[in-house]
Design a protein around this ligand. Sequence first.
Ligand SMILES: [Zn+2]
Length: 102
Amino acid sequence: MAITRNVKCPNCGVFNKNRDYCKNCNTLISFEKKQEQKVTAYKEEEFKKAKHEIENPNLAERLKKHPLWLYRVVGWVLYSAYLLVSAIGALIAWFIAMVAAG
Ligand SMILES: [Zn+2]
């Protein structure tokens, strides 16, 4: 059983009966739909953030720009460690390639 709802459009003031969108200006007026969209937007935002974290795992880069010098020092230490690990990784990869090539 559907409940009749008379919702006033916040955009143009027209009353809409049982509509998700305003019949006059097409503004979304359904509370449930709005909540739904909010949740979807939130999820997308979280997903984007997670994706960003995966694509940019370099915390050091962010720390290096931190206003507190202590954080910047930590950032540079992390950055150095990251470079070192990358260099060692590249070296190992190169070594394996050389060995494999005979
Ligand atoms: Zn409207």
